[in-house]
Design a protein. Structure first.
Lengths: 126, 107
């Protein structure tokens, strides 16, 4: 059974860098069938896609966050990481990592986030 | 535009049928996926593609799409279906967007 687990500091000061790691067990992040991504949810609000990467190196970022984001991969540890620079209170959220699949049948391709971590709350405050 | 629009709240009587909709230009080209989220829990994928349910999702959940609108239908809503529901899709540049979410109340 695939499992994802987020880890990292729960409190970050304004203007500093938020760093989170997602550890994947029960499957390889080098699988050619899947993307891996980050999603966040501010308290009481909706989901926001942050970014995703493909094992080959392609990375996709939310345009509204792109200038502050870095997603990196450590295949030896089966982990991927998120860094958000210059954080403000608006970055306070539950951060989820998730597996992002792409399934194609004929001329149609289907996508979805099928496995999620439990989420970790990151608060930006001095 | 990559925006996806959902009604903020919908209610349904126990055992009745409810449709939750999601609108956006990207839906003319790409299928959406739907997620159920209960308080304090991670989202759960309930529908993807044309009308596909992951293993373990009850068959009362179904999906459909037409033009720029995709819908999640719950036929015979149960008390445990009360949750927030989010649609998600991509655009041609590989950017992913979630709808704002719909809070479903089962009366």
């Amino acid at each position: 059974q695939l499992q994802l687990q987020e880890s990292g500091p729960g409190l970050v000061k304004p203007s500093e860098t938020l760093s989170l790691t997602c550890t994947v067990s029960g499957g390889s992040i080098s699988s050619s069938s899947y993307y891996w991504g980050w999603i966040r949810q501010p308290p009481g609000k909706g989901l926001e896609w942050i970014g995703s990467f493909y094992y080959s190196g392609s990375t996709y970022y939310n345009p509204s966050l792109k200038s502050r984001l870095t997603i990196s991969v450590d295949t030896s540890k089966n982990q991927f990481s998120l860094k958000v620079n210059s954080v403000t209170a608006a970055d306070t959220a539950v951060y989820y990592c998730a597996r992002h699949f792409r399934y194609c049948s004929g001329t149609s391709c289907y996508y979805g986030f099928d496995y999620w971590g439990q989420g970790t709350l990151v608060t930006v405050s001095s | 535009s990559s925006e996806l629009t959902q009604d903020p709240a919908v209610s349904v009587a126990l055992g009745q049928t409810v449709r939750i909709t999601c609108q956006g230009d990207s839906l003319r080209s790409y299928y959406a996926s739907w997620y159920q989220q209960k308080p304090g829990q991670a989202p759960v994928l309930v529908i993807y593609g044309k009308n596909n349910r992951p293993s373990g999702i009850p068959d009362r959940f179904s999906g459909s799409s037409s033009g720029n609108t995709t819908s999640l239908t719950i036929t015979g809503a149960q008390a445990e279906d009360e949750a927030d529901y989010y649609c998600n899709s991509r655009d041609s540049s590989g950017i992913w967007v979630f709808g704002g979410g719909t809070k479903l109340t089962v009366l």
